[in-house]
Design a protein around this ligand. Structure first.
Ligand code: N01
Length: 504
């Protein structure tokens, strides 16, 4: 077999499957469930971790919890009446994902501990050759479900590699290292950091929080569900769906301010300012934590315990920047060194520059990274990309959200991609690739909409924008509009070749 790459040897026989799913977070697991519900048998899920869950499996830092209400943050086909709180903590979400994988009986389709190294389109065979840390796989269709927030981004700070204490990224928490009584630095003040800081503040001796940009923080309306609510979620028909719908509609109203008329974000900004004034009485600290960009430009954060943690005597908010890291401490730009035993790096993820892009080689031999570099990070309905035949993407370009549940977007994409698999099968299609003109038209429209949004005009730098300043991550409209355009697969936007017409 003409297998490319490094791990194949004459002794290894590549495993052939109809469909390979890469990744088993909400997206990949959902794809496996939907394919099996469609009666597909010949598919596999390759997962580098040892369990399902993706980012929710990996982000085990203290305080990790979702900022989307629990009942909306679940599959529509697997509602969970047992959520204990209005905003679920990570362990509960992970337990939910695991329980869904068991309930829908797809675990035997998973290959765990299988790290995909490359996927290469083989034009002679019209198949994807997928090299992994375990085997080589040959697949007619690949569904990439690797997620956007999965590759930790480490800060490029002088001397950081020479730090002799303990250092780890928020998504790779070292639970074997006890931070109790230690001097700790946290770098970053994003969604992860503001959950970590309050958990560490009262257990460490000293906590230095390095802030580059002050985030907007709103109150967190988190609480335990009452016994009556729990009873209703379980026993009253439709109650859970109704509460999902209520949350969904309330969140959708934010789109008006985020994507169309940023002036409508003002009430939220007032609410955040009031929250800040109430929680931070010290004027100097208040000045430091007051953001200098429009709310919504970066992801809006929610917390009731972050500001109070900053006011503790053993917590220092450093806004002087980081000049370098020495073997034993962090030096700020004023030249002051703060000695620390451990550094927690909460600096986010490679989103628009994910290293996973470099390992996918399309029709013309170029990698996804090269295609993105020259043509911009563009896809069609976030689900397919010209030059990458027979490949579909979940959480692809411009499918991210700043205001509501990604599970809703994922399920929209699943409708589209599963329908595509059915269309391919029904029409005996051998290869299929989105037409470049359809992709270009789609992106012109997207970028036009984004050009009015707060993400593009709010005066901040964020992971929503790529290095050219283009917003290649977010969906710029109501999510029901995305649901609408992904309801069924639109074969007319694609070039396809019948299997019978492919070279033998
Ligand atoms: O990462 P981030 P995150 N020197 O990229 C700073 C989701 N999420 O892991 O703002 C110093 O948001 C950086 O500073 P700046 C959610 O979608 C959800 O926190 O770029 N600082 C920023 O403060 C979220 O958006 C939940 O100036 C540096 C921070 O590090 C996404 O994940 C919880 C630096 C990075 O913030 C990512 O969140 C957690 C440097 N060299 C995550 N480089 C919930 O549902 C970066 N920073 C609650």
């Amino acid at each position: 077999l003409p297998v490319t790459g490094t791990t194949a040897t004459p002794e290894t026989t590549p495993r052939e499957v109809d469909t390979l799913i890469i990744g088993s977070g909400f997206a990949g697991l959902g794809a496996a469930i939907r394919l099996s519900q469609e009666g597909k048998k010949n598919f596999l899920v390759l997962e580098r971790g040892s369990d399902v869950g993706g980012t929710w499996r990996d982000n085990t830092y203290p305080g990790a919890a979702c900022d989307v209400p629990s009942h909306l943050y679940s599959y529509s086909f697997a509602l969970n009446p047992n959520w204990t709180r209005s905003f679920s903590p990570q362990p509960e979400i992970q337990k939910y994902i695991e329980s869904v994988s068991r309930k829908y009986n797809v675990l035997d389709k998973h290959v765990f501990g299988c790290d995909v190294q490359s996927a290469t389109w083989n034009a002679e065979r019209s198949r994807w050759i997928v090299e992994t840390s375990k085997d080589t796989y040959v697949a007619k269709i690949v569904i990439s479900a690797v997620g956007a927030l999965c590759e930790p981004s480490l800060p490029d700070i002088t001397g950081i590699e020479g730090f002799e204490g303990e250092i780890f990224h928020s998504a790779q928490w070292n639970h074997d290292y006890d931070l109790t009584g230690k001097r700790v630095a946290v770098i970053g003040t994003g969604a992860s950091a503001i959950q970590i800081v309050p958990q560490l503040a009262d257990k460490v001796a000293q906590l230095d929080v390095y802030q580059r940009t002050a985030p907007w923080i709103l109150p967190r309306a988190d609480r335990e569900y009452t016994a009556v609510e729990k009873f209703a979620f379980t026993h009253v028909p439709g109650f859970q769906r109704l509460s999902r719908l209520g949350i969904y509609l309330m969140r959708e109203t934010q789109v008006v301010g985020l994507a169309k008329a940023p002036v409508f974000m003002k009430p939220l900004q007032f609410a955040a300012e009031r929250h800040l004034r109430r929680q931070v009485k010290d004027k100097a600290l208040r000045r430091k934590v007051t953001p200098n960009f429009q709310i919504g430009c970066k992801r809006m954060l929610i917390s009731n315990n972050y500001f109070p943690a900053l006011t503790r005597p053993n917590v220092d908010l450093v806004t002087d920047g980081i000049a370098e890291v020495t073997a034993t401490g962090v030096v700020d730009r004023t030249g002051r060194t703060r000695e620390v035993d451990a550094i927690v790096v909460a600096t986010g993820f490679h989103v628009t520059d994910s290293p996973t892009f470099a390992g996918i080689f399309g029709r013309d031999g170029r990698s996804l990274a090269e295609v993105f570099e020259t043509g911009g990070q563009q896809g069609y309905k976030g689900s397919s990309i010209a030059n990458f035949p027979n490949m579909f993407f979940l959480v692809g370009p411009n499918t991210g959200l700043g205001h509501t549940s990604m599970v809703f977007m994922i399920e929209s994409q699943l409708n589209y991609v599963v329908d595509a698999v059915n269309v391919i099968e029904r029409n005996d299609i051998g290869t299929i690739e989105v037409r470049k003109d359809a992709q270009d038209r789609y992106n012109r429209d997207l970028q036009e909409k984004l050009s009015h949004s707060v993400w593009n005009n709010g005066g901040c730098a964020s992971w929503y924008l790529d290095k050219h300043g283009n917003n290649t991550t977010l969906w710029p409209a109501f999510t029901f509009e995305f649901r609408n355009i992904t309801r069924t697969f639109d074969l007319e936007a694609y070039d396809s070749v019948n299997a019978a017409d492919l070279p033998a």
